[in-house]
Ligand binder design. Structure first.
Ligand code: NAI
Ligand SMILES: NCC(=O)COP(=O)(O)O
Length: 333
């Protein structure tokens, strides 16, 4: 029988709901070893605030033995010390390096084979930048730190997969960031990972235009004519099944949902608004093209409800479930 995967979970911005949803995991049994990276005292303080008894274990944190997560109120923790006192709802830039230290430790463990996948709780991009560290998101950080030239952000939820041609960019920079080369690479990564990580033999990908009405034959913008359609033609000639460039306002119709294996949106809110409307709180963010498996929640730090007990752990559970599926595929392949 194949061994169970070992999953590293980074608890994210400590002032946010990352600690809350990790603590809720203590009460759900899962078919994998879960190792939560966090400051143990911060976990215990938050558990007391939530009135959820929590036992911390370090038994399998650094072992190569994997055993199922019991769901008995205990968590296996890999201790990472916070740099400043942690208070629910109150950001402190002094903890930004702690947040990144958890990401670094989990990533290194995935690269070395200690972990089979990493699942990330949300970080606060603004406070990391306030600490003087340029940071736009996990996606870009993990690409940089694994020296991966290009990755693709894809969110999965409600039976839909939505990938993005650009990620965390001001809108004014989006058009220039979509070049024939970057778009072709995005589609190749998406196509490759749909086949090899999601088991879809010959995926159909619906691709949005950038402009209203996909440019209306050039009268409302020319990125479709100059960039997007030529790339789609080139890749179709290689055998990929690509539909587009389509007007984004009707691309996500029910009719298309039934036919598409994935949608490719040109920018963050063009795609994620639709996906989060359909599945917020249950969706998963997965980074394609990395040498490691990384999934994440679909929501942010929710500072307004940290420590109140209102944080829903549904997206975290979906992210772990997808990471387990992907890790099992890799373990058995
Ligand atoms: N994976 C990540 O690291 C992500 C980080 N963020 C970051 O989070 C910060 C806050 O972002 P916002 O746009 O305010 O979005 P948000 O998702 O933190 O909050 C939006 C609303 O949804 C609620 N909410 C979010 N998650 C919830 C959950 N699990 N259960 C119950 N209610 C929940 C919040 O209370 C709030 O009312 C930003 O710094 C952003 O960059 C945002 C998305 C993903
Ligand atoms: N909207 C998705 C998001 O902000 C999460 O990005 P990342 O931190 O996973 O890169």
């Amino acid at each position: 029988m194949a061994r169970l995967p070992r999953i590293a979970i980074t608890s994210g911005e400590p002032a946010g709901i990352g600690l809350d949803i990790c603590i809720k995991l203590a009460y759900t049994a899962l078919p994998a070893s879960l190792v939560v990276l966090a400051d143990p005292a911060a976990l215990q303080t938050r558990a007391a605030q939530l009135n959820l008894p929590l036992t911390l274990r370090t038994d399998d944190a650094s072992s190569v033995v994997s055993k199922a997560h019991p769901g008995d109120g205990s968590l296996c923790v890999l201790p990472v010390p916070a740099h400043a006192p942690v208070n629910a709802g109150k950001l402190d830039p002094a903890n930004s390096r702690y947040v990144l230290a958890m990401l670094d430790r989990a990533r290194e463990g995935c690269v070395s084979g200690e972990f089979d996948a990493m699942v990330t709780a949300p970080v606060h991009k603004g406070i990391i930048n306030d600490a003087g560290i340029a940071f736009t998101g996990h996606t870009e950080y993990l690409a940089d730190t694994t020296r991966t030239a290009q990755v693709v952000m894809m969110l999965v939820g409600d039976g839909m997969r939505v990938a993005l041609a650009t990620t965390h960019l001001p809108l004014t920079q989006v058009s220039a960031a979509i070049t024939r080369q970057s778009l072709a690479t995005t589609i190749r990564i998406l196509h490759h990972d749909l086949v090899h990580k999601f088991g879809i033999a010959n995926p159909v990908i619906y691709v949005a235009g950038l402009n209203p009405h996909a440019g209306e034959n050039g009268y409302l913008g020319d990125e479709e004519i100059n960039t997007i359609n030529p790339v789609l033609d080139e890749l179709r000639a290689e055998g990929m099944r690509l539909i587009g460039a389509l007007p984004a306002d009707t691309m996500f119709s029910q009719k298309n949902l039934a036919k598409a294996d994935a949608f490719l949106a040109m920018y963050h809110d063009q795609g994620l608004t639709v996906l989060k409307h359909a599945s917020f709180g249950e969706g998963v963010n997965v980074t394609l093209g990395l040498p490691i498996i990384r999934t994440s929640v679909d929501h942010g730090t929710a500072l307004d409800i940290a420590g109140t007990g209102q944080a829903d752990a549904g997206s975290m559970l979906s992210a772990i479930t997808l990471a387990i599926d992907m890790a099992n595929k890799r373990i058995t392949s």
